[in-house]
Design a protein around this ligand. Structure first.
Ligand SMILES: Nc1ncnc2c1ncn2[C@@H]1O[C@H](COP(=O)(O)OP(=O)(O)OP(=O)(O)O)[C@@H](O)[C@H]1O
Ligand SMILES: [Mg+2]
Length: 339
């Protein structure tokens, strides 16, 4: 028998370890200084510019920003569907920035993608069975038609669909049913992370809520991590644990959703949030976004937001702001470098 001092020492050591674990959530995926440049007719498009972020196990990370700011490109870089022009991506600490093709195949089983529009994600000339059978065949996850059928029926049922949907073509299904099939296909490989790129914005409002509830249930059941892209700021507010705010290819603010929504620091975040109808008008933050988003072919000098910023200072016109970290929140703005 151990004496009581040893026991209490063990207990306190365990408590410290537990506290440390809580403080340091497991990082699954990490982007360091990641950039993507697309060659264009009028010059190079800097779609993603020096992005740093990490995805933590079990969280919903919400990404917001205006159209064209690079949200989809960033998710494709993280998924390794696109090659980075610069920077580094690690998955469970392993560098995956330039993995050769055979190893990429293994990664494809760990991360799935659900696009906005089920009409373009499903092959219209294939039945639902054939659409869903593809991941099983590509990844050798089931042998023969019989085994694949069993898996597909299981998936369809877990999505609230029936086995008979298998023999239909996508055009015979409603928008919501098609998106359920797309989610089913994303789940076929039993992934760890699902990237959801505006997964409900092509659907009717009544269907959106059902798909969101379904996504929430699956996340719990399968212990998934979500990278959730949406224009809908109110939606991002209710579903996310942490959020990143993106402007012209850069993340300008990143942190816990509650902190950022209760007090957005970055003038762009404030402007973005103020464009959303506020259910409690007394909380309305008066920063209106003025002017157009500059072209990613020729971004402004210094802080990319400075031509539209109501709080612009001279340093903003010449120097790109670094992230300032305050209580776990990162903000890339010269206003916060001062104090
Ligand atoms: N394959 C490509 N070739 C050239 N430019 C591209 C390509 N893909 C994206 N871009 C450009 O990169 C920038 C970022 O595009 P992206 O689609 O990532 O934005 P987004 O934030 O997802 O927009 P949205 O909210 O409209 O979906 C845009 O200027 C876009 O025109
Ligand atoms: Mg997009």
């Amino acid at each position: 028998m151990r004496d009581s001092t040893v026991n209490s020492e063990l207990e306190s050591a365990a408590a410290v370890l537990q506290a440390e674990n809580q403080e340091k959530p497991e990082i699954i995926l990490q982007a360091e200084n990641v950039g993507k440049v697309f060659p264009g007719k009028e010059g190079d498009v800097r779609a993603v510019d020096s992005v740093d972020l990490e995805l933590r196990a079990g969280e919903i990370f919400g990404l917001v920003g205006e159209s064209g700011c690079g949200k989809s490109t960033l998710s494709r870089l993280l998924l390794r569907l696109l090659d980075c022009s610069s920077g580094r991506i690690t998955y469970h600490g392993e560098d995956i920035t330039s993995l050769p093709r055979p190893q990429l195949q293994g990664l494809r089983r760990k991360m799935s993608l659900v696009f906005q529009d089920p009409n373009t994600s499903l092959n219209p000339r294939m039945t639902i069975y054939d659409n869903l059978a593809r991941p099983f065949k590509i990844h050798n996850l089931a042998r023969g038609r019989e085994e694949i059928t069993v898996e597909i029926v299981r998936l369809l049922k877990s999505m609230g669909l029936q086995a008979e949907h298998m023999i239909r073509y996508p055009h015979e299904l409603s928008g919501g049913q098609k998106q359920r099939v797309v989610v089913a296909r994303a789940l076929a490989v039993d992934p760890e992370i699902i990237f959801l790129d505006e997964p409900t914005s092509a659907l009717d409002v009544s269907v959106q809520a059902k798909i969101l509830r379904l996504l929430a249930r699956i996340k719990q059941e399968k212990d998934l991590t979500y990278f959730f892209i949406s224009h809908d700021i109110n939606l991002i507010r209710v579903i996310s644990d942490r959020i990143g705010v993106m402007y012209l290819g850069k993340i300008v603010e990143l942190g816990e959703v509650g902190d950022i929504f209760s007090e957005p620091y970055h003038p762009y975040t404030r402007g973005l949030f103020s464009s959303v109808p506020e259910p409690r008008p007394e909380r309305k933050i008066e920063t209106v976004l003025m002017g157009e988003v500059p072209s990613p072919v020729d971004p402004p000098e210094g802080c990319y937001f400075h031509p539209r910023c109501p709080e612009v200072m001279s340093v903003c016109r010449s120097k790109s702001p670094e992230f300032t970290i305050r209580q776990g929140r990162r903000t890339a703005c010269h206003l916060f470098e001062k104090d």
